[in-house]
Design a binder for this molecule. Structure first.
Ligand code: ADP
Ligand code: MG
Length: 291
């Protein structure tokens, strides 16, 4: 049977937009020493926008953009939707139907158009046949601004760079500062590049970031954090985050997240409001004192 103090803490949480799926999670939250956060959609709004399109000499910008958008229209990654929306606004032409579409989660998409192979994704996904020093300089500069750079490769030639920026949620910094003041160590996990991750993590005030983190690696990192810190929470919103949410001692989902994340989590932040995590911890501390 459920203790009155637990019941009161759960209903108190519900009033403040924090859904606890059971008293045990309130107990576990009390012992949390570190919290890992997914970046896109959790610390950031998860709605990136195209900021720069840099097309290689000799190629037609509109044509490259049309091809990139046509291929990305077959992926449901937030970066893909952003590129499609940008192209639709900018171009009047209709999207092309590519062949041999292959969507590779955590890497990018490839397809064939007019018998030519195109690849769109992160550096490790395109071959970058000719090391392009001008491109490297441009990429470094864009990433230092916290932008994600997507490579567009035609055959074995770099055709374009597309930079996108995702906005950090207004309340993220405050949420992280509060947790740090409560003695909790904060870590950002992202599949993004190291320089982009560094820029975003310093904007968010998190103690540490892990970049180039493949979806399947998130679980490994949570396991490592558990070894190091004992009790660890994970906060996420995506399908990719679900296994890591299940691995953590307490899995916390953003209310606006995907169904799988919401189902897997132990705690749901109904209003996507990150500062509620501190509040949830305070609630759990008060409850555990009474119990
Ligand atoms: P995150 O959610 O942390 O951004 P993902 O694992 O979803 O990480 O993706 C990692 C990286 O792979 C992205 O930052 C991007 O560079 C690249 N990527 C993945 N999918 C796509 C796509 N459809 N189009 C372009 N780039 C992609
Ligand atoms: Mg996410």
């Amino acid at each position: 049977s459920i203790m009155p103090a637990t019941l009161s803490a759960i209903s108190n949480g519900a009033k403040h937009g924090i859904l606890f799926k059971g008293g045990v999670h309130l107990e576990n939250l009390n012992h949390i020493k570190a919290i890992a956060f997914d970046k896109t959609g959790t610390l950031t709004k998860g709605k990136p926008e195209v900021t720069n399109v840099i097309v290689n000499n000799g190629l037609d910008e509109n044509e490259v953009l049309l091809i990139a958008a046509s291929i990305e229209s077959h992926s449901n990654h937030p970066l893909a939707s952003a590129i499609v929306n940008y192209a639709k606004k900018k171009l009047s032409a209709r999207l092309i139907d590519p062949d041999g579409i292959e969507d590779v989660p955590g890497w990018g998409v490839k397809a064939v158009i007019n018998k030519e192979e195109w690849k769109i994704g992160k550096a490790g996904f395109v071959e970058q046949a000719e090391a392009d020093q001008i491109a490297d300089l441009t990429v470094n500069k864009l990433q230092a601004e916290g932008k994600t750079v997507v490579y567009v490769q035609k055959g074995n030639q770099l055709a374009a760079l597309i930079a996108l920026k995702d906005i950090v949620r207004e309340e993220t910094k405050k949420a992280i500062d509060q947790l740090k003041a409560q003695g909790i160590y904060t870590i950002m996990l992202t599949g993004d590049s190291s320089s982009t991750a560094q820029a975003i993590s310093s904007e968010c005030h998190v103690d540490e970031y892990i970049a180039e983190c493949l979806p399947e690696n998130k679980v490994e990192y949570v396991k490592k954090l558990k070894e190091k810190y004992g009790n660890v929470a994970m906060v996420g919103d995506g399908i990719n985050d679900a296994p890591a949410l299940a691995t953590a001692n307490v899995g916390i989902a953003m209310g606006g997240g995907t169904d799988v994340a919401l189902e897997t989590a132990d705690v749901v932040l109904m209003k996507n409001d990150l500062p509620r995590i501190s509040e949830a911890i305070r609630l759990s501390q008060r409850m555990n004192k009474i119990v």
